[in-house]
Design a protein around this ligand. Structure first.
Ligand code: ZN
Length: 310
């Protein structure tokens, strides 16, 4: 069993409209845009990162906005819900805030004894706010949400799978342990993680496969401290038969990827070097940052990427 993985690092999804996406996360949810760059593999679209003050691993929601793409279809083989941690006693505030903004799918319930407020993102994305006791992570306090009510980072994600057991075994190999089973749900958790410690697996053996497009999670990334820990995880996954990519430099972290048996794309990302490596921490996310390999495209990209107001 591996011990290097410390929880989630980031979750990356697809959107249809960059401005709408930006406003949802910064103006409504009160997160900070910590990076404005492009998809390194397809630089004609943005890659937008939202998180806490510095973009701490475990708090970072990222998006590829592809203008005008259709909505994805929910199904199996995907992350169906991304849950953020908020302080106990704040869901009433959030319910009112989201409802006033016309957010769809706002619904309060309880799961595994935790109060949860579920809602949809602009493209039908599945989100939840969960009241988590004892989460000491600091929310971003420079946005419109009071710090005492703010999002502290991820609580976890839910994956919908035809066969949940294969992914449960993989997560156990990665260092997670089964916490509880309830109906079709398995909760896996990590001890001594970064706070984004929970993975819920929902078994739906007869459900069709998801079609990935706007509102779909593209991949989920797990955090390791550094490149050495990442190399250890990569070796162990290769030995276990996973088809893992070489290490890829993503400027703000190093990444490896592999497709899981359940169909979800996993990434293992390093906590180093972080989002302040190419801009002043006071101005994270303001200017368009390009990696060296795409720097020569700046003039063209500034002309073709949609304008994006703060
Ligand atoms: Zn990623």
């Amino acid at each position: 069993m591996l011990t290097q993985i410390k929880g989630l690092h980031h979750v990356t999804s697809m959107a249809a409209d960059a401005q709408e996406n930006n406003d949802f996360f910064t103006k409504l949810l009160g997160m900070r845009r910590v990076k404005k760059t492009v998809n390194f593999d397809a630089p004609d679209v943005y890659h937008l990162y939202y998180g806490d003050e510095s973009g701490t691993p475990g708090s970072v929601m990222t998006y590829f906005p592809f203008p005008h793409i259709a909505k994805g279809r929910r199904g199996t083989g995907e992350v169906s819900e991304t849950a953020f941690s908020v302080p106990v006693g704040t869901l009433h505030y959030w319910r009112e805030r989201l409802s006033l903004a016309g957010v769809e799918g706002v619904k309060a319930d309880e799961q595994f004894g935790e109060a949860r407020l579920r809602f949809h993102g602009p493209d039908g994305d599945g989100f939840a706010l969960v009241e988590v006791a004892g989460d000491t992570r600091a929310p971003f306090d420079g946005g419109p949400v009071p710090a005492g009510k703010g999002i502290r980072g991820f609580h976890g994600v839910t994956m919908r799978l035809r066969d949940a057991d294969a992914t449960a075994q993989l997560l156990a190999f990665m260092g997670y342990r089964e916490i509880v089973r309830e109906g079709a749900l398995i909760r896996m958790g990590l001890e001594n993680g970064n706070g984004a410690d929970v993975i819920d697996l929902e078994a739906l053996p007869n459900e069709g496969r998801a079609r990935e497009s706007a509102g779909s999670v593209h991949h989920v990334a797990f955090a390791v401290e550094n490149r050495e820990a990442q190399a250890e995880v990569r070796r162990a996954l290769l030995d276990a038969g996973a088809h893992v990519t070489p290490v890829i430099d993503r400027n703000y972290f190093w990444a490896i990827y592999f497709r899981t048996p359940g169909g979800v794309l996993f990434e293992i990302a390093t906590n180093e070097p972080g989002f302040d490596r190419d801009e002043d921490p006071a101005h994270l996310g303001e200017a368009l940052k390009l990696p060296d390999q795409h720097a020569h495209l700046r003039a063209r990209l500034e002309g073709t990427l949609p304008a994006l107001a703060d």
